[in-house]
Design a protein around this ligand. Structure first.
Ligand code: UD1
Ligand code: MG
Length: 461
């Protein structure tokens, strides 16, 4: 991409509720493969427009959007009443002019698949031709829901007619539609923006009405037909959200195959856009990988595994039904089946975390084994220690969390409770069924349980 221009900004229209989603949260906060809709739009635009020149029009639940997405903060223009896309631009206009921008790329916030390569060439063409306004169009087999592009017999643009305002079958049948991506010359639209009216089926001020107003005055508009694929699909309903997500999912699966990952049952594998792979891993779906996850080479991930914001190092195998978030799993480790690794888990190398073991905010050093039915929270466990089945770190006293420190080559017998804060020294041995409340010195055998009594059984005769 060419060097980013200083005189162009971007405006992302994201103030609407998204009524057709029939959801309490704003439309742009819905997610595709674990990332918010607006994140995709931002990522795309950032490639061609300077990040601090990207502005968001927010209205419905603006505060929730600002709290959720850090990139919008500080770059928000408010539209307190959502009176239409044209009104959204009217709200932002003085703000953009004050900052001295000449051009503005306007994008609907519900177009996450945005093909930014094409947007970039479009920007260049509009600027080079010095037209007052440019808009991208796409041709769809099913144009329902979109504004239809009406042209005369020579192909000259006449107007955009919104779905709800269509009165003739001829217009209804038009397959070329407005993609919701525009560039305006801010000075060039100045005298027209306030001329928008709301005498239409939705009683809204439509941004596309600018077309008619400019054309009436013989201003030049570039309506660029840019293909018939799905790169500019708008999301207005739950069904469309899933349709877009599926396109994205398949793209990411293809990229993963290209980067040398073998994926069995790929139709049931969901990989987020930020996930990174080295070559030579094997995944068997259904599997979900999200967030800032990194999978190194030679990793095996079995079916029904869910991973978010985690790093899995080379040679590690994750067995089925494991749930992993915010963890770093060192090389050559074995996790699961049915393991749960929570944020702050750090497994150094060759660690085994077996079935029904939960680990939270803990470091397990090289060679540690916790094979069955265990909870390790706020703990540090040193090299080659074996944690017996049913071991629990009692890290919470009802008010605060406390740390359990277990040394090297310790053997913790089954069904042990370690009441934190507590330290177990290197090479110690803890008898099964112990409740450890005091520190255990290096090399000691600690037993803390009721002594067994074998009494004579009274037999009633
Ligand atoms: C819009 C276009 C339509 C185009 C389609 C492409 C209008 C009137 N119609 O229709 O021609 O084919 O996009 O996807 O523009 N928004 C605000 N403030 C408002 C209203 C909407 O910020 O007052 C935002 C929404 O949050 C959304 C975007 O503008 O992100 C588009 O609004 P939406 O209601 O989805 O318009 P469409 O009916 O899809
Ligand atoms: Mg829309």
């Amino acid at each position: 991409m060419s060097e980013k221009r200083r005189d162009i900004c971007a405006l992302v229209l994201s103030a609407g509720k998204g009524t057709r989603m029939k959801s309490p949260i704003p439309k742009v906060l819905h997610t595709l493969l674990g990332e918010h809709m607006l994140w995709y739009v931002h990522q795309g635009i950032m490639q061609v427009i300077k990040e601090d020149h990207i502005f968001y029009v927010l209205g419905y639940m603006a505060e929730l959007i600002e709290n959720t997405l850090s990139f919008v903060r500080g770059n928000v223009v408010y539209q307190t009443e959502q009176l239409g896309t044209g009104h959204a631009l009217q709200c932002a206009y003085p703000h953009l002019m004050k900052q001295g921008f000449k051009w503005c790329l306007i994008v609907n916030g519900d177009v996450p698949l945005l093909d930014i390569g094409r947007v970039n060439s479009f920007i260049e063409e509009v600027i080079q031709k010095r037209v007052s306004m440019g808009l991208m169009t796409i041709t769809l087999d099913d144009p329902r829901g979109y504004g239809r592009i009406v042209r005369d017999s020579s192909g000259n643009l006449l107007s955009i007619v919104e779905e709800k305002d269509i009165s003739t079958n001829e217009v209804r049948g038009i397959k070329e539609v407005n993609a919701g991506v525009y560039i305006v010359n801010l000075e060039g639209i100045k005298d027209y923006l306030n001329g928008l009216t709301n005498d239409n089926a939705q009683k809204e001020y439509y941004l596309p009405q600018l077309v008619e107003l400019l054309l009436k005055d013989n201003k030049e508009i570039l309506a660029k037909e840019s293909g018939n694929d799905k790169a500019f699909l708008g999301i207005n309903s739950g069904r469309e959200l899933i349709e877009c997500e599926e396109i994205l999912r398949q793209r990411i699966i293809d990229q993963a195959f290209d980067s040398g990952v073998v994926i069995y049952n790929p139709s049931q594998v969901r990989i987020g856009p930020k996930v990174k792979f080295q070559t030579g891993s094997v995944i068997t779906g259904p599997v979900e990988l999200y967030g800032d996850t990194k999978i190194e080479s030679g990793v095996s991930i079995d079916s029904h595994v869910w991973i978010k914001d985690s790093e899995v190092c080379s040679g590690t195998r994750i067995y089925s039904f494991s749930h992993i978030e915010g963890a770093i799993i060192g090389p050559n480790s074995k996790i699961g089946p049915f393991a749960r690794l929570r944020p702050g888990t750090r497994l150094i190398e060759g660690v085994k975390v077996g079935n029904f073991v939960e680990v939270k905010k803990s470091v397990l050093n090289k060679g540690v084994k916790a094979s069955h039915l265990t909870y390790l929270g706020d703990s540090f466990i040193d090299k080659d220690t074996n944690i017996g089945a049913g071991t629990i770190t009692c890290n919470y006293d009802g008010k605060s969390k406390h740390v359990t420190h277990i040394g090297k080559s310790v053997f913790v017998g089954s069904n042990t409770s370690l009441v934190a804060p507590v330290k177990v020294g290197d090479n110690a041995l803890i008898g099964a069924g112990s409740t450890i409340t005091k520190d255990v010195p290096n090399g000691a055998l600690a037993i803390a349980r009721g002594r067994q009594k074998n009494l004579n059984k009274r037999i009633k005769s």
